[in-house]
Design a protein around this ligand. Structure first.
Ligand SMILES: Cc1ncc(COP(=O)(O)O)c(C=O)c1O
Length: 359
């Protein structure tokens, strides 16, 4: 024992349920963290290589070039773009800037496992609203939970871990009901993968609802989670709030260079989306053939109901065969698996291991 004493509120912060790493003789099939299976574009790797030579300098604290490129791509001004060390950093900074004891944050559950940290770290109150029977956000129920004390409301679309989406029109109508003092953060980490909407469809909502923030990331379709870059589109007030509580150099130089270059390769994004949709169809059909139900996915992962099978036992047997996925218990939905789509070979290995695990 070190004798270290935690601050009271820190004792309440849940430990993030990171995917376990396993020792396995042979190549692990990693389908546990909703990553993409493809290496970054060669031009992105070149950009990182070039940036290596100036690592003796601090990165640009303003992230000027990257913010300009993101702004141009979305028809906004750089003032409306906040860039973070992963979109997680923006979530945490929003909590620090907007929440405090007495304040409330509303989000659906199960949803992204970082959300419970926000209230805990700020000493605020978390109001969770159960998803509907199909694993989708229940927006009317969420609207009913908004009070004068609500500072942040999170909507994850597509939702992690259930993979489901709600139509943009429903979100638009919901936003019209939510009072302006509530910062609504629409977490679109997986939006590019959705065939139910174009990823730009949510942009016009920013003009209609100034309290809206869209949260995006380079970790998923752009395949740069190892570098940590995410961004938020919203009001200048929001950007200034999150910038105020963070250290100025949180987004490193390699990350800025990589993300700036990655944005130029939208053809690659389209290719990845198409390949993911093909794997989604394949995995879902295969699971259905095995009598396993999945939520309707618009993401790069499936949420698989295990019925009365023992989730821990299924996970254990998959791990024994070198395949790691996430168990629903850690993510707020016991009796489920969340499985990311990998390459076809990886998905085949998952399905073969699953067959053995379910025997
Ligand atoms: C819904 C959702 N939002 C945000 C993130 C955070 O991504 P990052 O911090 O890598 O940008 C994730 C990562 O899994 C996620 O699932």
């Amino acid at each position: 024992m070190s004798g270290l004493e935690y601050a009271g509120r820190v004792r309440d912060i849940p430990v993030y349920p990171a995917a376990e790493t396993y020792s396995y003789e042979g190549e692990l099939v990693k389908l546990a963290s909703n990553e993409t299976p493809w290496a970054p574009h060669p031009d992105v790797l070149d950009a990182v290589q070039r940036a290596l030579t100036t690592l003796n300098r601090y990165p640009d604290p303003e992230k000027s070039l990257l913010r300009r490129r993101i702004a141009d791509r979305h028809g906004l001004s750089p003032g409306n773009v906040a860039v973070g060390n992963g979109s997680c950093e923006i979530l945490l900074a929003a909590a620090e800037a907007l929440l405090e004891p007495g304040a409330e944050i509303v989000y659906a559950w199960p949803s992204f496992s970082m959300y419970p940290h926000l209230a805990a770290m700020a000493g605020a109150r978390a109001i969770t609203v159960p998803l509907d029977a199909a694993g989708r956000h229940d927006l009317p129920a969420m609207a009913r939970e908004v009070t004068a004390a609500t500072r942040i409301l999170l909507v994850c679309n597509p939702n992690n871990p259930t993979s489901t989406t709600i139509p943009i029109e429903a979100i638009d109508a919901f936003l019209a009901e939510v009072p302006r003092h509530v910062c609504v953060m629409l977490d679109e980490a997986y939006v590019e993968f959705s065939l139910a909407q174009d990823s730009d469809d949510s942009l016009p909502l920013l003009t209609r609802h100034p309290n809206l923030v869209l949260l995006r990331t380079f970790s998923k379709v752009y395949g740069l989670c190892g570098l940590r870059v995410g961004y938020a589109l919203g009001s200048e007030d929001f950007r200034l709030a999150v910038d105020r509580v963070r250290q100025p150099f949180s987004v490193n130089a390699l990350a800025q260079a990589a993300a700036t270059e990655a944005l130029r390769h939208q053809d690659e994004v389209a290719r990845r989306v198409e390949r993911t949709a093909i794997e989604r169809l394949y995995v879902e059909e295969e699971l259905e053939e095995r009598g396993l139900e999945t939520a309707e996915s618009q993401a790069n992962f499936s949420w698989v109901g295990l019925g009365d099978r023992d989730e821990r036992e299924v996970l254990r047997r998959l791990v024994e065969r070198g395949v790691i996925v996430r168990g629903g218990t850690d993510l707020g939905g016991p009796g489920h698996l969340r499985v990311t789509y990998g390459t076809r070979t990886e998905n085949e290995r998952f399905l073969a291991a699953l067959d053995q695990a379910l025997e």
